[in-house]
Structures are given as structure tokens and as C-alpha cells.
Write a protein that binds this ligand. Structure first.
Ligand code: ZN
Length: 185
């Protein structure tokens, strides 16, 4: 009796969770982006979901050499993620993986070895997102208490970052702007 009650509560919570996430991070607003930070043991994961415009200035497949060059430069900058995120130095975190994906851009232009999805999703209204994930390993994760985020300096297209953190101290959220670039947890 109790058991089935618990299960239905869990199911209800899951549905509510999906509804909330569908309403929020899916929103495509130029200048804004979502950053999800997950700390699990010695693993630090940072996931960025952003309108492509914020990092590239356009949201279509490149048509000229200049545009192709801009895509490669953007990807190269994101792959140097140690310049974009500075976790607590004492935690000794080092970047272990970077994955980049966009419905508007060919994986090879982003430096990805193979297509993550053969037919990439594309917004019908001509907009496109960039999804980036950055994996880190930390030698002293107990000292990890926050990070500096330099994305807004590196890419002036960002005006606002909505940051969600899930870690050993629970869940928190904050908003970063050009004048506020530190996340603490
Ligand atoms: Zn757009």
C-alpha cells in the first residue's frame, strides 16, 4: 500500500520535472544561455545550452569561407575551456573532454569525430542552438567550492547566464552577467 503510493508520488514528481524543464531551458533568447554544473565525486561536468548567435553571431550553416572560419574559431575557443572556466584552483581540476553540437553546423566543422545525430534537429524559425559539454576531473574535489566563468568576456554575445548547480551540497541556482562572473556552491 505504502509502496505503491510512493511510486505514484515519484511518477508525479517526474512529470512535474519534465514540464518545468520544457518551459525553461528550451527558451531561445539571444544573449541568454543556460549553464548546468554537476559535481559527482571527482567529476565536474559543465553543460552549456545557448543560442548559436551568442557565440557565432549567426545561426545558419556557413555559406562562405569567412563564415566557415568563424565556426572553426568559435569551436577552437570553446575547446580551450580552461580559459573559459576556472574551478577552485586548490581542487586541481583538469579538463578531460569537450563535446560540441549544433543543429545548424556540421560536426566536422566543430571538430567532432563523427555525427552525434545523423539528422540534426533544426528550429523551424531559422534559429539554432549550440550544446556544449565540458568534462573535468578533480584531484581534490573536496576543495571545489565554485568557479569563475569567463564565457561572457570571451563571447560578448552573452549578456546573461542562468546557472544551475547540482552537487554534494545540494542544488542551487544563480544568474551571471558581465559584472558578476563567479559561481559559488
Ligand atoms: Zn536565434
Amino acid at each position: 500500500m505504502h509502496r505503491s503510493l510512493q511510486i505514484s508520488w515519484a511518477a508525479a514528481a517526474l512529470v512535474a520535472c519534465f514540464a518545468a524543464s520544457a518551459a525553461e531551458p528550451g527558451a531561445h533568447v539571444h544573449g541568454a544561455a543556460e549553464l548546468r554544473v554537476t559535481i559527482d565525486g571527482n567529476q565536474l561536468d559543465i553543460a552549456l545550452e545557448s543560442p548559436l548567435d551568442n557565440v557565432l553571431g549567426f545561426e545558419h550553416a556557413p555559406r562562405t569561407d569567412k563564415e566557415r572560419g568563424a565556426v572553426r574559431a568559435m569551436a577552437a575557443k570553446l575547446r580551450q575551456a580552461q580559459n573559459l572556466f576556472a574551478p577552485t584552483a586548490a581542487a586541481q581540476c583538469s579538463l578531460s573532454s569537450v563535446q560540441l553540437e549544433s543543429g545548424a553546423l556540421a560536426p566536422e566543422l566543430l571538430g567532432e569525430p563523427k555525427p552525434a545525430q545523423p539528422e540534426a534537429k533544426k528550429d523551424e524559425d531559422g534559429h539554432a542552438d549550440l550544446d556544449a559539454s565540458f568534462g573535468w576531473r578533480c584531484a581534490a574535489p573536496e576543495k571545489l567550492t565554485g568557479m569563475d566563468v569567463r564565457l561572457l568576456q570571451a563571447f560578448p554575445g552573452f549578456r546573461k547566464l542562468n546557472v544551475q548547480v547540482v552537487g554534494p551540497r545540494g542544488q542551487s541556482s544563480t544568474v551571471l552577467s558581465p559584472s558578476e562572473r563567479t559561481v559559488k556552491w
